[in-house]
Ligand binder design. Sequence first.
Ligand code: ADP
Ligand code: MG
Length: 224
Amino acid sequence: MITLKNISKTYKVGDQEVKALDNVSLSIEKGKFTIILGPSGSGKSTLLNLLGGMDRATNGKFLFDDIDVTALKDNGLSDYRKNVVGFVFQFYNLVPSLTALENVSIAAQLTGNAKQSEDYLHKVGLSHRKNNFPPQLSGGEMQRVSIARALAKKPKLLLCDEPTGALDSKTGQKIIELLQEASRDKNVAVVMVTHNPEFEQYADRVIHLKDGVIDQIVDKSTFQ
Ligand code: ADP
Ligand code: MG
């Protein structure tokens, strides 16, 4: 369980202050698919980067299970990123000179265990592309590799920032379905940021952000 209490984030640009998040309080559960929805500039990436330990809040408290992430020193935060978080980016961020399989195994430090990395590629339907390099793959395939890479770390928190932003809508839908499936693992919280309201239907919980504040939170029953 993840709990944010009165989280604010202010960026200083010269003598200007930008309040990217203003007093945000929310909880995020494992085994659930949470979508953070809001227009460009509403603070979505800022929120995701705080959850991922890639940035620090200006104010407020952020708990992951019994870890007070806001109280961690730099090396504690580094362990948190390494051991707890998996990240999926809009533009995949794969290493172009490594094969699909190598991209998965290196990030998860599974280099001595090709079989395990292959299992993750299989999970995302890409076993047959394991020896291809990223430039030989389509956008959707690269995003699948990056999801396999994130899952291979066995993260407790899978964070996805506009993972379909560079894909056509049909391919994007397949990626969302894959993330929804990943969220059915009761040990993993999946959080996806998007500006596209079409994806709301896949979520268990939708957090609407507007100008750095929570506009509304919608919990949905899953009918399963
Ligand atoms: P979103 O992901 O919803 O588009 P962001 O979280 O990227 O929104 O940005 C929220 C606000 O904070 C915007 O006004 C943006 O310009 C500002 N911002 C984001 N990152 C920085 C930064 N590193 N320095 C200064 N301002 C930033
Ligand atoms: Mg963003």
